[in-house]
Design a protein around this ligand. Structure first.
Ligand SMILES: C[S@@+](CC[C@H](N)C(=O)[O-])C[C@H]1O[C@@H](n2cnc3c(N)ncnc32)[C@H](O)[C@@H]1O
Ligand code: SF4
Length: 352
């Protein structure tokens, strides 16, 4: 079992982002009271007395904008259900995660930290509506290392209209410096224009986005970060255990407003308005996935990552044989592995 906990607060709202978050902090206390009730209820219902949480992910929003004292009760409770060496990640923003916050969250049991950096270029940071500088990122990494974190991820966005091979080369120079400091995981996301965001109406992506994607992926690989999913790169042994769990189809509970869980083949959606969640933290809308929907999901997630996909989820065996002959995929022990994650969507389309 895995646990996702959503913290829907951010210091400011980035114009490209569709994640559920608000800049009004007046309901933080009530939100955490509701979060505790929700978590207590779900742990009893889905875990009983078993200690088998393999990973926990506090995502957002920006978990680091909330004081550590709010996490104490939740972490106490979660740790009593954790398997040995469970991975516990907190997402953080370079300007809100100060040394004291990082030390205290580590003391509570966090063992992985993920910073939303997005870029080292000051113009691109401004364009993305970020409120930190590249110096803030280096300071935050230094602090995370001083606090004792060994597993650090840094998020980047590329493919915006400001990006070019030249700009990405300088991002890769910065990433090389992060690597020298001890960062072992990088997430590099191609910009998605999300509906209902200020970016959606504008052509804010680079015209040559596919070329830039190949360039960024090659650059990260040459720095020694192995691509284990379309947007995720790590040194061996530093992959994100929690995300691997999602892609393998493990069960997970979602706690908090906007959260989604999946138990068996049932998806569970919490309220997405904070006020509604505070009033009804246990409310869930459920959606049962049919066998076809489940198998399509396994196919797509497997083709986007190094995990590959069980052949039983592939309906079009004729195309499978053709793609194998054409060396687009690898077949081994009843599993199919994609050689180019950028083609995952197209391959999933023809194989389902
Ligand atoms: C929930 S945010 C986490 C971190 C924290 N809130 C921050 O931004 O510093 C997760 C990551 O998703 C990525 N992201 C968000 N919106 C995106 C978009 N429209 N296109 C591509 N990546 C996006 C960003 O890299 C971001 O750091
Ligand atoms: S990218 Fe991060 S900081 Fe920006 S709005 Fe989204 S969740 Fe908040």
């Amino acid at each position: 079992m895995r646990v996702y906990i959503h913290i829907p607060f951010c210091a400011s709202k980035c114009p490209y982002c569709a994640f559920g978050s608000f800049t009004d902090f007046s309901l933080v206390r009530q939100y955490f009271d509701a979060l505790n009730k929700d978590l207590n209820h779900q742990l009893k219902e889905f875990l009983g007395t078993k200690k088998h949480i393999k990973s926990i992910f506090f995502g957002g929003g920006t978990p680091s904008v909330v004081g550590v004292k709010f996490y104490e009760k939740i972490m106490d409770l979660l740790l009593s259900y954790c398997a040995k060496n469970a991975e516990i990640t907190f997402e953080a923003n370079p300007n809100s995660a100060k040394l004291e916050w990082l030390k205290s969250i580590k003391n509570l049991g966090a063992n992985r930290i993920s910073f939303g950096t997005q870029s080292f270029d000051e113009k691109k940071l401004e364009f993305l509506g970020r409120t930190h500088s590249s110096a803030d990122t280096f300071k935050a990494i230094e602090n995370a290392l001083r606090a004792g974190f060994e597993r650090i991820n840094v998020d980047f966005i590329y493919g915006t209209k400001l990006d070019s091979k030249k700009l990405l080369s300088s991002e890769l120079e910065g990433i090389k410096k992060l690597k020298n400091l001890g960062v072992k995981h990088i997430s590099a996301y191609a910009l998605t224009l999300e509906q209902n965001t200020p970016f959606y109406a504008h052509k804010n992506y680079a015209k040559e986005a596919p070329i830039l994607a190949n360039f960024m992926i090659k650059g990260l690989k040459s720095l020694g970060f192995l691509q284990y999913e379309i947007s995720n790169f790590a040194q061996i042994g530093y992959e994100c255990e929690h995300n691997l769990g999602y892609w393998m189809g493990d069960e997970y509970i979602g706690v908090g407003a906007f959260s989604v869980g999946c138990v068996g083949k049932t998806r569970l959606y919490a309220h997405s308005l904070i006020e509604n969640y505070i009033n009804e933290p246990l409310f869930r809308k459920s959606e049962y996935l049919s066998d076809d929907e489940w198998s399509d999901e396994r196919l797509l997630l497997g083709l986007r990552s190094k995990l590959g996909v069980d052949e039983k989820y592939i309906k079009n065996k004729e195309i499978l044989e053709f793609l194998e002959k054409d060396k687009k995929i690898l077949r081994e022990n009843g599993r199919v592995f994609n050689k180019n994650f950028l083609l995952a969507d197209e391959l999933a389309c023809v194989l389902c």
